[in-house]
Design a binder for this molecule. Structure first.
Ligand SMILES: NC(=O)c1ccc[n+]([C@@H]2O[C@H](COP(=O)([O-])OP(=O)(O)OC[C@H]3O[C@@H](n4cnc5c(N)ncnc54)[C@H](O)[C@@H]3O)[C@@H](O)[C@H]2O)c1
Length: 283
């Protein structure tokens, strides 16, 4: 999908990967970008950067956990840009720690931002996209954790990212003729995700303070978010469903696929039985 002259919206664009995506969309010729974030002052700062590049950007305070806030974002975007064709649902948070130590609030916070937040964006913008004759594109930020996990201590985060891949895949089956879908599956990126607790709402418990250890890991091994933005822009241009940032993610994919295939073959060594109906094909 050509990005030139398109109206774009990026959530979680006040920092990290979202900021990188917004810069890259402008670089690729977008007509304008709405910089949506729960931290308005960070969104305003990114708009300043884009204006300095000669691009058009408008800040909007949006809490993606809330469907009404995302509806207001959509109304604002169409009012200000006149048209919207690209949405990047990118806002996300993480809570680390041993799985059984996860509190209800830890779980709720991550699911509200990472799953409800992405879903709210798909539904609010997707319904509007279906009313237009223009083909549109939705890119949802998941993680390489959408296909497996290389680390302990992120069980509930991993679950949220599997959910994002799950409904994005289903949506492309339902709406693919009118709306294209991408799922961004980053490896380690040098962002402020280690300090995600800065945005944790009071009603969902005290702020989780990011560990210096996680911070150092992101800094030491992380790809720059600007480079991720370029990969997203080219992934959308090339209409890729899955967008990867690190080739090592193929080990996770391989391991998940191999385990599925081997266990099916072990349990059904003679292959499909007559009483099995085939799953309908996607095409
Ligand atoms: N950094 C990594 O290594 C990495 C790897 C894989 C996936 N991701 C995913 O990338 C996405 C972006 O994270 P990042 O690494 O750039 O972190 P970041 O903390 O730098 O940026 C996240 C942004 O989301 C915003 N945000 C948080 N809660 C929000 C809410 N309720 N409503 C609206 N905005 C909200 C924050 O204010 C922040 O600007 C997330 O979905 C994250 O899970 C990150």
């Amino acid at each position: 999908m050509d990005i030139k002259n398109k109206g774009c919206v990026v959530t979680g664009a006040g920092s990290g990967i979202g900021r990188g995506i917004a810069l890259a969309l402008v670089d690729a010729g977008a007509q304008g970008v709405i910089i949506a974030d729960v931290q308005l002052e960070r969104a305003q700062a990114v708009c300043g950067e884009i204006e300095a590049m000669g691009g058009k950007a408008l800040p909007f305070r949006c809490d993606v956990r809330r469907a009404d806030s995302v509806e207001q974002l959509a109304e604002f975007a169409w009012r200000e840009l006149g048209h919207v064709e690209i949405l990047c649902n990118n806002a996300g948070v993480i809570n680390t720690g041993a799985g059984f130590d996860t509190s209800d609030d830890d779980l709720r916070w991550q699911f509200e931002v990472n799953v409800y937040g992405v879903f709210n964006g798909c539904r609010a913008f997707g319904r509007r996209f279906l009313e237009s004759d223009e083909r549109a594109w939705i890119c949802n930020t998941a993680s390489h954790h959408a296909v497996g996990t290389p680390t302990k201590g992120v069980a509930t985060y991993v679950a949220t990212k599997h959910a994002v891949l799950g409904f994005s895949d289903a949506f492309r089956l339902e709406y693919g003729e009118r709306i294209g879908f991408s799922v961004l599956c980053p490896g380690i990126i040098n962002t402020e995700l280690w300090d995600a607790g800065r945005n944790r709402p009071q009603e969902l418990g005290s702020a989780f303070i990011g560990s210096e250890q996680n911070h150092s890991a992101l800094q030491a091994y992380g790809m720059s978010p600007e480079m991720v933005g370029q990969l997203v822009a080219s992934g959308i241009q090339q209409e890729e469903f899955l967008i990867w940032t690190h080739p090592y993610s193929s080990e996770l994919v391989e391991s998940r696929y191999t385990e599925c295939r081997d266990s099916i073959q072990r349990q059904w060594p003679d292959g499909p039985q007559p009483f099995h109906k085939r799953t309908p094909s996607k095409v």
